[in-house]
Design a protein around this ligand. Structure first.
Ligand code: BG6
Length: 483
């Protein structure tokens, strides 16, 4: 096959994301033939770079993936650079000329993908200029990929969305939530709706609670400036966590189409109960901030670069999410996420109820969906201990993918960019999803912002403050995953 024809215009081409994720992803699509020779990339950013320099940067970013220098060189020759001030109308004329020229040179038929990987404060300006200075073509598709953060609360995200909608329709917009591109997040629906054993027990009678853990061992690194204004709630819960909640609890879509999947996800997001946020034990959401580690080797959040030394920003959130549908009202979804926790792990533990018979002293059955770094499923069951009597012990059925398999499977960005080439929006966040999620987290944010006296601390490299454990213990539950 010749692959899809496309011209990418990347805003933010000198950035870290472009280097770490986008160029490697585009290269893999090229290597696998999803992109043929009819593609080109224009990288833009403020900095003055030459085409040669840009192509070297691209070569460098794919150096681990290439078979030969020559192949990498051919790939990189499709890249051009243009220094660009997003507020300067003149620059869009130059950009249009270059785009039209490459369109012809590479026989692209007018297909364009505009990749916005910059501060969201520029999204509105960029999209309106793209429209007004005629970078949008008549003969091909025009798709816009939008990186997070999509606003910082409901109001700002609505404003942003209105600005973008003035120039592009919802069905041209691809809002990235990279968790939706992860193999094991996509696998949630496959697991749930292709195994009747699981399908038939995915209900309130069988499931006691869900537990989502997205923990990181890294701190804020160089992102102190962004993170101190954001915090874990905005950074992880509004997007990745709530997307996973909806995938875990949504009803079966009528068909596996974007529209049906989105409809069922929205039914969950619309049913989220307003969270209780207090400073006592009734609270359904707790936060924390990392302090110096117990061994004194890892510094606390307030000592990080570009972080306010008196910051009250949360680097950890744990919560109990209640879905007010007949099915899930009594089945809490516990979530936790944070920086400088004991381990880097993204996983879901589905905790089943004990057996209805009282024959044995059984432990709950647990199905774990391992998202990363390990990928696969684990099922913890009870079985009889070998020997006399009927004593039980746990046994773990494990389908964890080998490191090699994980290494070889396509990364989230590769899959998501391919979806954009194919015009498939299933694994992107619709505006309604984004809006509803913001409204949910805004309520928590508002309460926290009014408790300005203190924040619970946790030592760096532990699993968060004690409050996160109490949250479950109050319901007679416990976190299954302990680092
Ligand atoms: C991003 C957050 O959306 O997700 C980061 O902004 C976080 O703060 C990252 O580190 C985690 O993603 P992953 O794929 O490493 O689990």
């Amino acid at each position: 096959s010749q692959g899809t024809k496309a011209l990418f215009i990347i805003f933010g081409a000198t950035g870290d994301l472009a280097h770490r994720k986008l160029y490697p992803a585009i290269y893999k699509l090229y290597k696998k033939g999803f992109l043929g020779e009819s593609f080109a990339v224009i990288g833009t950013a403020r900095r003055e770079w030459s085409d040669d320099y840009y192509q070297d940067v691209v070569m460098d970013s794919i150096s681990d993936l290439t078979e030969s220098q020559e192949h990498a060189g051919t790939f990189a020759s499709h890249f051009r650079y243009q220094s660009h001030n997003v507020n300067d109308t003149e620059h869009y004329h130059t950009l249009k000329d270059l785009a039209d020229k490459l369109d012809e040179e590479y026989d692209i038929d007018g297909n364009r993908i505009f990749y916005l990987s910059m501060s969201p404060s520029f999204f509105g300006t960029i999209t309106s200029h793209l429209r007004e200075q005629n970078l949008v073509t008549e003969n091909g598709f025009n798709r816009v990929i939008i990186e997070k953060p999509f606003g910082s609360d409901f109001n700002s995200s609505k404003e942003l969305n209105d600005e973008i909608n003035a120039s592009f329709d919802e069905d041209q917009l691809y809002r990235i939530d990279h968790y939706l591109g992860k193999e094991m997040v996509q696998n949630i629906l496959a697991l749930r709706f292709s195994n009747s054993l699981i399908e038939n027990s995915w209900n309130k009678d069988s499931i006691s609670n869900f537990q989502i853990t997205l923990s990181e061992d890294l701190g804020v690194e160089e992102r102190g400036e962004y993170y101190d204004k954001s915090g874990a709630l905005r950074d992880m819960v509004q997007n990745h966590v709530l997307q996973m909640v909806s995938l875990l609890t949504m009803n079966s879509p009528k068909a596996f189409t974007t529209e049906e999947v989105r409809k069922e996800k929205m039914a969950i997001l619309n049913a989220l109960k307003d969270p209780v946020v207090t400073q006592d034990e009734d609270t359904e959401f707790v936060r924390g901030q990392y302090d110096t580690s117990i061994d004194g080797e890892t510094k606390g959040y307030r000592d990080e670069d570009k972080v306010d030394p008196e910051s009250l920003t949360e680097t950890f959130v744990a919560g109990k999410i209640i879905i007010e549908t007949d099915e899930w009202r009594d089945t809490p979804v516990y979530i936790r996420t944070g920086k400088r926790l004991a381990e880097k792990t993204s996983r879901v533990d589905v905790v089943f109820k004990p057996s209805q018979t009282a024959l044995f002293d059984d432990k709950p059955t647990v199905l774990s969906i391992l998202v990363s770094p390990n990928e696969g499923f684990e099922l913890l069951l009870n079985n009889k201990k070998i020997g006399p009597g009927m004593e039980l012990e746990s046994v773990r059925l494990s389908a964890v993918r080998s490191e090699e398999t994980v290494e070889e499977s396509p990364e989230a960005y590769e899959k998501l960019i391919l979806d954009v080439l194919n015009g498939d929006e299933t694994h992107f966040a619709h505006w309604q999803e984004v809006a509803t999620s913001w409204k949910y987290v805004d309520q928590i944010r508002e309460k926290w912002d009014s408790f300005t006296d203190s924040i619970p601390f946790y030592p760096a490299l532990t699993m968060g403050p004690d409050e996160a454990d109490t949250l479950l213990q109050n319901d007679g539950n416990n976190w299954i995953y302990k680092a």
